[in-house]
Design a protein around this ligand. Sequence first.
Ligand code: KIV
Length: 276
Amino acid sequence: MSVSADMKRPTPQTIRARKGGAPLVMLTAYTTPIAKLIDEDCDIALVGDSLGMVLHGLPSTLGVTLEMMILHGQAVARGLNHAMLVIDMPFGSYEEGPEQAFRNCARVMVETGAAAVKLEGGVTMAPTIRYLVARGIPVMAHVGLTPQAVNTLGGYKVQGRGTDADRVMADAIAASDAGAFSIVLEKLPARLSDDITARLPIPTIGIGASAGCDGQVLVIDDMLGLFTDFRPKFVKRYAELGAAAKDAVRAYAQEVRARKFPAPEHEFGEEAGGRK
Ligand code: KIV
C-alpha cells in the first residue's frame, strides 16, 4: 500500500503515533530522482550522512559537512510529495552542546524544509535532544552502531552483545525520555532490539536490528545494488542496478566505437519532425 493511497503526509507526531502499528518504511535518498522514486512507497525519506560514502567516495561519514547535507537535503525535498523528510546532522555539527546543535539544526530545517533531523547518540546527547525538542526541532535518535563514532567504537562492529546490552538500552531510554519521536537501532542483536522496542514508547526503526522493530530502513544504494564496495549482512539486494548499469555502459561504448550509435533515428534532418 503506498503512502499516498491511505494517508496524508506523515509528521513527527503521526510517526510517533505509529508505535506498535503498521511497520514504518524508511529509505535514504540523496537526489531528486531517487526522492521521486521512493516518495509514494515510503513514510520517511532520510538524507543520511551515508551519502559521504555512497555518493562522494569518502572512507567514512566523518568528512561529511553541513553544506553537503543541506545541498542534498534541498535536492531530495524537491522530489517529495508524500514522504516525510528527515536529515542527518553530520559529525561535528551538534556534539559541542545544545546551542551549537540548535543553530545548525535550525539552519538545516530552514534551508531544506525538513520536518525533522536525526542525530547519533543516547545518554550523552540526551540534554541536547531535550533542548532541541523544547525549541521546535523534532529529533530522530540513532543508537547502537553509530557510524560517526567508528573511531571510538573500534570499527563497524555489532553493538550491545553481552553486558554491552545495558549500555545500548540506557542510550535508547535516554534518547526517548529526552523527547525523540523515533529512534534508529543499528547493528544490534535481534533480541536486544526486541527488548528496546518493547521498552520504548516511541517507534524503533531497525537497520541490522530485528524484524520486530516498528519500522525498517536501508541505504537506497545498498538495496538497489548500486553501492558494491562492501555489503553488510543486513543488506538485502532488491535489485542489481549496478550490474545492469555496467552492462549498459559497456554496450554504449561498443556501439560508439563500432559507429552503431547514434543510429539514424537519433539524428536530426533539415526539416522539423525528424531526419527525413
Ligand atoms: O546515514 C544513514 O544512511 C543512516 C541510516 C543507515 C540509518 O544513518
